[in-house]
Design a protein around this ligand. Structure first.
Ligand code: DGY
Length: 329
């Protein structure tokens, strides 16, 4: 059954101009022109009024927020691929469909992972700071040496779209690829990626030079990389995370970095964004980025297009293509 022709749609953050313009043509839409993240009370007010609600990763859509949802709220069309900020069980209990935007930010995010894989061992951020501080004394045979990535072994945790895109890039840099995933990839895919499945995560951690976290954040992956697992990594290992901060115990990671128990880290995500701990900020052997993985004009427009397509198809009475299926978490 078709839904309202121009559904009442509330968007929580500023979206790219092209996306907002198209949404205005299609829906009865309210935007957040100031782009200040909504408070819990504002989120409650929005879900009480909207038929379609468009949140993003900075909105915590808890059961408490969804308890305020009006009976007319039928679709939560998330702007982003991760849905860990949404209580999916509560959405289901209120009969609200949830969609996301998979596929269109894969390559951009994998590029960012690869940039971190190179930046940390080769000390790019430190070098840049040195030059800008006017402290560079010129080239020297032993100046600012880092570590070669070619020939190293990368362990990827989570071999979905982004993990596989990271593997393709890593092979291009002459890096060996191991991966740990709940399900083993088909043999043909493994062969194409030249990736070696490691059933046991702990065994993989003991064998690698670089670790890249690329799995979703779920209750099962909370602090997957905890103090014990960090202890399995060698002191020359670099840890890269562009997935979700909560997958790593950030305090334990900071301890390991401070103590030289691992070589360095490249982080695009944090446990309590946008807060980053003082101890982490003080370290030289880390590259810290402000959650930039999908931050390209092209990617964000494509994410917006997906949000629009999901709403349109749902409004026409069909199942939206990017419905987040039960059991995702
Ligand atoms: C996502 O889509 O989940 C990213 O983390 C935000 O772009």
């Amino acid at each position: 059954m078709p839904h309202a022709e121009r559904p009442k749609t509330i968007v929580t953050r500023k979206l790219p101009d092209h996306v907002e313009a198209r949404m205005t043509e299609l829906f009865d839409v309210e935007f957040n022109a100031g782009d200040v993240p909504m408070t819990a009370d504002q989120l409650k007010d929005a879900v009480a009024r909207a038929e379609v609600f468009v949140p993003t990763v900075t909105d915590d859509i808890t059961a408490d927020i969804l308890a305020s949802a009006g009976p007319q709220l039928k679709l939560l069309a998330n702007f982003g691929v991760g849905v860990d900020h949404i209580d999916l069980a509560a959405a289901r209990a209120h009969d609200i469909l949830v969609t996301n935007t998979p596929g269109v930010l894969t390559e951009d995010t994998a590029d960012m992972v690869m940039a971190l894989i190179i930046s940390v061992p080769r000390r790019l951020a430190e070098g840049e700071k040195l030059v800008r501080a006017g402290e560079w004394q010129g080239w020297g045979p032993t100046g600012m040496l880092g570590h070669r990535v070619n020939g190293k072994r990368l362990g990827i945790v989570g071999m979905g779209r982004i993990g596989q895109a990271v593997a393709r890039r890593a092979r291009g840099f002459g890096i060996q690829v191991d991966y740990h995933n709940r399900r083993r990839l088909p043999e043909a895919v493994e062969q194409t990626l030249e990736a070696n499945w490691r059933e046991n995560l702990d065994d993989m951690l003991a064998d690698i030079d670089i670790l890249s976290i690329n799995c979703p954040y779920t209750p099962d992956t909370h602090h997957l990389l905890n103090e014990k697992r960090l202890g399995l990594l060698g002191k020359d290992v670099y840890v890269i995370n562009a997935a979700r901060g909560e997958i790593i115990d950030e305090e334990a990671l900071t301890d390991a970095l401070e103590q030289g128990a691992i070589a360095g880290a490249g982080l695009d995500v944090y446990e309590n964004e946008p807060h980053i701990g003082e101890r982490l900020l003080a370290l030289d052997n880390v590259v810290l980025l402000p959650h930039l993985g999908s931050a390209t004009f092209e990617g964000r427009e494509a994410m917006g297009d997906k949000v629009i397509a999901n709403i349109r198809i749902w409004a026409d009475g069909h199942r939206p293509p990017d419905q987040v299926l039960e059991g995702w978490a």
